[in-house]
Design a protein around this ligand. Structure first.
Ligand SMILES: Cc1ncc(C[n+]2csc(CCOP(=O)(O)OP(=O)(O)O)c2C)c(N)n1
Length: 598
């Protein structure tokens, strides 16, 4: 007998969803049956913790542009979803979470778990999703599935929870009454694209053409709109300075002369230095968040600004842009393109080259370091030399973000670096690798997935490495083991008078993450000295399965520039307690100053 699980699986197939990530419960078994009956067109990947299901769906969506789908059972399944839902909400990732529920008639019994696993799921999920729907009847189901995909993919994309009561999930499917019809516009995000008015485009083009030192700050929105190729073509011609947020990495190849890497306190030194010299900042698909805006010291008072964002609510949050372009990033760039002049700016190009060269010298020394314990730049550099354009690199939320960001250049336009910057939660990388690994398997082009985590982040998701092994995913998990929560350890040291409280994770040479990996069915390699790095990476990258490469790194190594300066001045402690956290002044960006030539 066909049941609603079959109907759901059919609807998912029509939305071109080929993989669903989740953990079974009695309330969702019909869904798993429906998926199993349609294998291999659609498959279910069992994760070991529902948090991972949402993160895996997030990575699937980031890499395919399609909707990431995960499923959880009522109650304790649902309460583990928020990490991934909030990440997707903040990072504008299209996702649908299929959530089990008690039978509809039992809703009054859900309080205090009187009916097993019961809770108010709507109230719980609503604030952390773009929309949450509780399916009220069988006949309403098709429309609510379509609504879930419509809302998830509409600008600005985000996660939607669809709560399906047990009686509806287990009901018979009358194929005459419930028809499988979907809106094919909602397969990918963004489902709709729109551009700004012509007058705004003209004003912005005029500003860019007049600027002497224009800079583009590209965010994750460039990838969300699949606009990296277009942005690269424009930048190749117009040659502004281009920097990106972490999420925007790959918006242009970082190997271009005009590209200066990631703008972030733990990002590229050249980006941080150069951005203050720009006279015009074009925020392109970027929220101008605390990190990308360098603690909102950007834009500076003298910098003209343009904001390009599909979400009208983003324009003017921390400054009034000189020109606001409300529209899809790709549409807006396409409209600007013919109006932009390829005016040579030799002074600006010279400045960019000079600052980049100054930092390149330091970087060359760092990546050649032969010291023991190992310096992370050396590991990242060796990895960079071994990557192909098919590979995907996933960062955990720790200093790994900075190590990847500054030492592994994006060589092609497009999203092949994933960062959980929506929320910045530790423990993203490995679950996301489950999603990315599934995408790589479907693509079948031999691309690998590489995660980089600290020992803290790795510990969050260590159970999930077995999922990678079980599914035969080609994922290399690099654990930069400094035995401590490095970021917090230094924070305590610098700002709380050398405090060392609840930051150490290593004890007596344990945990041994390589040995743990072996025990869980992966290849495990421990690297203790720089001369072992290359062979370890070669072995892991060539391995047709999942591996952990544990690298024992220097606990004093940090990618944060201000922390490095503090390390160079031993004993300097700044009191953090008592700090007043004032809201940065909201500023009005000026028109471009008319400067004399020269
Ligand atoms: C879920 C979560 N809890 C706490 C934090 C705060 N936090 C940021 S970095 C960090 C330390 C991370 O340690 P580790 O993963 O070992 O990496 P390292 O800092 O040593 O590079 C912590 C606790 C966070 N970002 N996410």
């Amino acid at each position: 007998m066909a049941h609603i699980g079959d109907f759901l699986a059919e609807m998912l197939l029509h939305y071109q969803v080929d993989t669903v990530f989740g953990m079974p419960g009695g309330q969702t078994t019909a869904l798993h049956d429906g998926i199993a009956r349609r294998s291999p067109a659609i498959r279910h990947v069992l994760i070991r913790d529902e948090r991972s299901a949402a993160y895996a769906a997030d990575a699937y969506a980031r890499l395919t542009g399609k909707v990431g789908v995960c499923d959880v059972t009522v109650g304790p399944g649902t309460t583990k979803l928020p990490d991934g839902l909030v990440e997707a909400l903040n990072a504008s990732i299209p996702m649908v979470a299929l959530v089990g529920e008690l039978p509809l008639d039992w809703l009054s019994l859900r309080a205090k778990g009187v009916a097993s696993q019961g809770m108010d799921q709507v109230a719980f999920l609503q604030p952390i999703t773009k929309a949450t729907y509780l399916v009220p009847s069988l006949t309403a189901l098709p429309d609510l599935i379509r609504s879930a995909f419509r809302v998830a993919t509409a600008p600005r994309p985000g996660p939607v929870a669809l709560i399906i009561p047990h009686d509806i999930m287990d009901a018979e499917w009358d194929e005459e009454k419930l028809r499988v019809v979907v809106d094919d516009r909602n397969i990918r995000a963004p489902s709709l694209r729109y551009g700004p008015p012509a007058a705004d485009i003209a004003a912005a083009a005029e500003l860019i053409n007049r600027a002497r030192r224009p800079a583009i700050i590209a965010g994750g929105g460039v990838h969300g709109a699949s606009a990296a190729d277009l942005l690269t073509r424009i930048a190749d011609r117009v040659k502004p300075l281009v920097v990106t947020s972490l999420s925007g990495k790959g918006a242009v190849p970082e190997t271009r002369d005009y590209a200066a890497g990631i703008l972030n306190p733990l990002g590229s030194g050249a980006a941080i230095d150069l951005i203050r010299h720009a006279d015009l900042l074009v925020w392109c698909g970027s929220k101008a968040s605390q990190n990308t805006a360098m603690n909102w010291t950007l834009p500076t008072a003298g910098q003209a600004t343009i904001t390009i964002d599909a979400d009208p609510l983003e324009h003017g949050r921390t400054f009034r842009p000189t020109v606001a372009l409300c529209g899809d990033v790709a549409e807006t760039l396409a409209a600007l393109d013919p109006l932009l002049a390829a005016a040579p700016r030799p002074d600006w190009a010279g400045k960019i080259a000079e600052v980049k060269a100054a930092h390149a010298g330091r970087i060359a020394t760092e990546v050649a370091s032969a010291s023991v314990p190992i310096q992370p730049p050396r590991v990242m550099h060796a990895l960079a030399q071994r990557l192909t354009p098919e590979d995907v690199v996933i960062s955990d939320a720790s200093w790994s973000a900075g190590w990847i960001g500054a030492y592994i250049p994006a060589t092609e336009p497009g999203r092949r670096f994933l960062y959980a910057r929506g929320q910045g939660g530790l423990g993203y990388a490995i679950p996301a690798a489950v999603g990315a690994g599934a995408v790589q398997q479907t693509r079948g082009r031999g691309g690998r997935v590489i995660t980089v985590s600290g020992d803290g982040g790795h510990s969050y998701a260590i159970g999930e490495i077995a999922t990678l092994a079980q599914n035969g995913m080609r994922v290399v998990n690099i654990v930069l083991n400094n035995g401590t929560l490095g970021w917090l350890q230094m924070w305590q040291e610098f700002f709380f008078s050398n405090l060392r409280q609840s930051v150490d994770l290593g004890f007596g040479g344990k945990p041994d993450y390589a040995a743990a990996a072996e025990a869980m069915g992966l290849k495990g390699i421990q690297v203790r000295s720089p001369d072992q790095i290359e062979a370890a990476l070669d072995e892991a990258l060539a391995f047709d399965g999942a591996s952990v490469v544990e690298v024992l790194i220097d606990p004093r190594a940090t990618p944060i520039h201000s922390f490095r300066r503090r390390l160079a001045e031993p004993g300097k402690v700044s009191a953090r307690p008592g700090t007043v956290y004032e809201l940065r002044a909201w500023t009005v960006s000026p028109a471009l100053a008319d400067e004399p030539a020269g």
